[in-house]
Design a protein around this ligand. Structure first.
Ligand code: RP5
Length: 166
């Protein structure tokens, strides 16, 4: 089995998804978790999707974050082709503000799970945190970095609201 790939794959249906999915990448970088980002479309590059998903475990990936918008088949189709955990990020679409993406990803029939996150940036950030939490089950140093990330987040929240009027 290859160990050349980083633990996390971030895949997305289009270049236009990167603006959202970069938030997952940035979050993984903040936690010092290696990842690889690829454009893989269930519709436009179906053979690339099959090849990636079927080989992902053997490549050495441990968790897949899949973002897509509109009729967002990528997370579900990928999950159907790999035993690895797949976290789906509904990208905010223009036509339906991501409601279409969310419902396409979240309503998987029983048998093939996709852990579905929130629409847009929050979902991308949380997918990365969830991926890191999975990896941290067997990585104490990463678990400590995650704890520290939460401590810093808590410390950044003010006790009282500021009046923003001058
Ligand atoms: C989906 O179609 C992609 O995930 C993207 O969110 C959406 C629109 O893609 P583009 O037309 O911007 O390439 O497959």
């Amino acid at each position: 089995m290859s160990v050349t790939s980083p633990p996390v794959a971030i895949i997305m249906g289009s270049q236009s998804d990167w603006e959202t999915m970069k938030n997952a990448a940035d979050t993984l970088e903040a936690l010092d978790v290696d990842y690889e980002a690829r454009i893989i479309s269930a519709h436009r590059t179906p053979e690339r999707m099959v090849e990636f998903a079927k080989g992902a475990r053997e490549e050495g990936f441990k968790v897949i974050i899949a973002g897509a918008g509109g009729a967002a088949h990528l997370p579900g189709m990928t999950a159907a082709l790999t035993p690895l955990p797949v976290f789906g990020v509904p990208v905010q679409s223009k036509a339906l503000s991501g409601q279409d993406s969310l419902l396409s990803i979240v309503q998987m029939p029983a048998g093939i799970p996709v852990g579905t996150l929130a629409i847009g940036k929050a979902g991308a950030v949380n997918a990365a945190l969830l991926a890191a939490a999975v990896l941290a089950l067997y990585d104490d140093a990463l678990a400590e970095r995650l704890d520290e990330w939460r401590r810093r987040q808590s410390a950044s929240v003010a006790d009282y609201p500021l009046d923003d009027t001058p």
